[in-house]
Ligand binder design. Sequence first.
Ligand code: ZN
Length: 481
Amino acid sequence: MKNQEIQVKYHLKHKKGLLIGGILFSFFFMGLLLIKFSISFHLNGDMITNISYKDFYQEQGVILKIFGKDFSQQVKIRGEVENGKIGEYPIVYSYSLAFFPMKITRTVKVTDLDAPIIELKGELKQTICPNAVYEEEGYTAYDEYDGDLTDKVEIIEEGNTIKYKVTDSFFNTTIKEREVRKEDKLSPTITLVGGSTIYVKKDSDYKEYGYQAMDGCDGDITDKVEVEGEVDTSKLQTYKVIYRVVDSSGNKQEVERTVIVNEVKTSSPTTPGVIYLTFDDGPSGTGSTAKILDVLKKQQVRATFFVTGSGPDSLIKRAHEEGHVVALHTYTHNYGQVYSSVDAFFADLERIGERVKNITGQETFVTRFPGGSNNTISSKYSKGLMPTLREQVITRGYSYFDWNVDASDAYQCAKASVTDKKLCVYKNVTGGLSKTRSNVVLMHDIKSYTADALNDIIEYAKNAGYTFDVLTTTTNPVRFR
Ligand code: ZN
């Protein structure tokens, strides 16, 4: 019994010791916790800090507070960032407080932060034909770090948008867009062969001169043109012929041709002793045409100028405004071109007609064939062309004039051996004039000596009792044929 009692007592004492130890330990532990919770240790900035390889790393520091007291300055910082060199650099922040070694690590990533640059060639917004496929006009992609990335560009089509996407080796992505709309809003054009006004001789056969319809998207749609309107050449009337066409997108075009059935009057009575001064191949910007206009103005004489595509518009304007007739001599005056075919001839003649109309505001139907109506040079380019042209010119409402007095200023007087060219021109003209008929005098206003001779020629003619006039479609023509 006694032994048992002792044993119990011992146990009791031992338990007491453990209890006290436990309590003391708890206090200690709670103390640690208290300290632990009173510590505030954190980074300024991010745990992972990305900076560009082009920038310098600037230390942002840490904040350490223990029981509200600032220990930030006592924190040890280790680690170094190699500026400009791609890589990951750890920065370690540490502080030791008895039982509490504290440590935070920041990772500084020196990397490429700049996205590549995409440049697109061509317009960023454009419209193409509905049936067309957009043809890439090109692009380039460049990254400051990676260099040329053009071949890495991905092209994504989404509806009307084409997206160009590229990603550099640091996963910086750039997307650029191009808008390509498919639509055709433009109307087709209709070109009328023979022009918008055609003169046809009464009782002649009228046949359609032809037309061409072109569309920006559909191309040649001439076969879709509908023609409406009849021309009856037995009546002296003005007719309208209408040409209509619709392209595949529903855009319409309509043009009108005026066909005038007329009687070409060739019956203005010939006045004996009248002189028609005519000047070919101009105007000339070198001064001769201007000088001729000055002389005509001074002498109060009107003349006819068969002009070409050369020279300044202002001289054509001046000639017209000063009462002269501006007539047509073809635009290019290039034999090989104008005499290559009937179509080529009229295309050229209509071109000079357009020029004159644009300058003077008037349509002209007085014409002269380069080289004259019986020239042989044309057969070099197209055999048997002249008879067709002579007939067609009349059928289309023009009147053509040759000459019966030749100044020979383009040939004989132009020869180097002729020392007094002015006198040569004067003699040829005055010697060719006749009182018993009308005189159509061929001269060239591109020749300075012709301009020099003109005043004397007019003085001579006036003294001899000649009169002057201009050529019109109703003038009784002088023709070789
Ligand atoms: Zn000529």
